[in-house]
Design a protein around this ligand. Structure first.
Ligand SMILES: [Zn+2]
Length: 489
């Protein structure tokens, strides 16, 4: 085809609402056009690049022994009710009704459909393991679609599902996908890290990894060691206690000399910043207390003033389904303490204390009385340390949890892939069973593996654009064009 026939129009200016560079450049270079918020048409050039990424994914999935199929985007609500997710998935699930008023969902994922399929197709151990995948359009009703293809409401994904007879089998299936993902993202020219992620209530250590393309626009924070290979999503990252045994003993000796607790007047001083300003204390010497409602429980969590509470860690510790910060009204009703003055001393709630806060020789804390704080608060002396653990986000500069020499450094990342050991979560609920060699009925062990195919395009552009990068001259443009020429051969 002649170039002058190609439907390609470039824009001199980037549309005002495009915040991400990749969004701006793909619009300007005529790769995509917006139809509605978070919904795009891939123009001829964009479609060619997308197909190239699809081909890379397909080749590596096939090489790893996975079989391609194609499932429907439109899924009956019954399946989602059977798995128990229809009620809990939330507003992100696109729901609709047909003319008979039967309920359907536009799939954001396909665990229900695939598990039901395999349940009906496979009943013997002889036909396992099997890994199935598709490259398909997914839907998610984002509250705030943004950044072009990075957070859309309709997007292209590769999703794969493995079915094994035992946990060792799942480990092997997982490893095959993990390696295939490395090859895929390398072939796409991405600078990426496979990071440990939070597995939620399912799956143990190493049960899930996210593949993160490093880019400032990324919505995830990755904590990576400066020395060894450790890297984890911030929600999951831990750090080694900064105080050695020796200095802990030192802190303990110091603690013996901590003067008695003393109440002092702090009118309208409600935040850590205000305390630092008015009292002149370091944030790290303040004991910050936040009240959470976790399912039916109400707990107070204490961290150092310079640390952030990690809700997910608190949630897992309590074994809760849902967790949220208690609003001011609830706190006042339960404790009688106005916002900003709560503290662990004499508090009637159950108190969880972060390890780093527990190690303070003494600190400043709310006095559980309006306009007052305590100083010389000594953890263990002035409040109990029976529920101590890791309840905070790792901080930049913290000691690496898996080596002796490194410290944690933070990066931003775009999640382009995710591998996950599901175990029996869906196979149990949906009854995916097989007969083992002894003729005994067993539940299949599952894994699931996603790649945001359209998101990869944005990630490539975010990493490779330059000042001239509007499609025909910049490095990202060259990379995409190279993809195109390969495709058209
Ligand atoms: Zn390390």
């Amino acid at each position: 085809m002649r170039q002058n026939q190609l439907m390609l129009s470039t824009l001199r200016e980037s549309p005002g609402d495009a915040e991400a560079i990749s969004h701006q450049l793909m619009l300007r270079a005529g790769y995509i056009r917006q139809v509605a918020a978070g919904i795009y048409t891939y123009m001829p050039l964009g479609r060619r690049v997308l197909r190239k990424v699809e081909e890379i994914v397909r080749e590596e999935m096939d090489r790893a022994g996975a079989q391609e199929l194609l499932m429907p985007a439109l899924q009956p609500a019954e399946l989602w009710k059977e798995s128990g997710r229809y009620g809990v998935y939330g507003p992100e699930l696109m729901r609709l009704q047909d003319r008979h008023e039967r309920e359907f969902a536009l799939g954001p994922t396909h665990e229900e459909v695939i598990t039901t399929l395999v349940r009906n197709e496979i009943n013997s151990y002889r036909r396992l393991p099997v890994t199935l995948y598709q490259i398909q359009t997914k839907f998610r009703d984002e509250r705030r679609p943004r950044f072009g293809l990075l957070r859309g409401r309709e997007f292209l994904m590769k999703d794969a599902y493995s079915f094994d007879t035992d946990w060792e089998g799942l480990d092997a299936s997982y490893q095959r996908m993990y390696k295939a993902y490395h090859r895929i993202f390398e072939r796409c020219g991405l600078n990426f890290r496979a990071v440990e992620a939070d597995a939620g209530a399912i799956g143990g250590e190493g049960g899930t990894h996210e593949f993160m393309a490093l880019a400032d626009i990324g919505e995830d924070t990755i904590a990576a060691c400066t020395h060894c290979g450790y890297s984890a999503n911030l929600e999951k990252a831990t750090s080694r206690a900064t105080t050695s045994a020796g200095s802990q003993a030192h802190a303990h000796n110091q603690a013996a000399s901590v003067p008695a607790i003393e109440k002092f007047h702090t009118p309208s001083i409600r935040t850590i910043d205000q305390l630092v300003q008015s009292v002149g204390a370091a944030a790290s010497d303040i004991l910050k207390t936040v009240v959470f409602v976790a399912d039916e429980q109400v707990v107070a969590v204490v961290v150092r003033g310079d640390h952030e509470i990690n809700e997910l860690k608190v949630k897992h510790y309590l074994g809760a389904e849902n967790i949220a910060i208690a609003d001011a009204e609830t706190v006042l009703r339960l404790t009688g303490v106005p916002t900003g003055f709560i503290g662990p001393v004499g508090l009637t709630l159950s108190v969880l204390v972060d390890q780093a806060a527990a190690e303070l020789a003494s600190g400043i804390a709310g006095a559980n009385e309006g306009d007052y704080h305590y100083r010389n608060v000594q953890p263990g002396r002035d409040f109990e340390l029976s529920r101590t653990g890791d309840f905070r986000n790792a901080a930049e500069g913290d000691c690496c949890p898996s080596c002796a020499d490194g410290t944690l450094q933070f990066y931003r990342g775009i999640e382009v892939g995710h591998v996950f050991k599901l175990g029996t979560k869906y196979s149990e609920k949906l009854g995916a069973q097989f007969l083992d060699a002894a003729g005994k009925s067993q539940t299949m062990i599952m894994g699931c593996y996603g790649i945001g195919v359209s998101r990869v395009l944005s990630a490539v552009v975010e990493q490779h654009y330059d000042a001239n990068g509007t499609g025909s001259s910049g490095q990202w443009g060259l990379r995409l064009i190279r993809c195109i020429s390969f495709q058209s051969r």
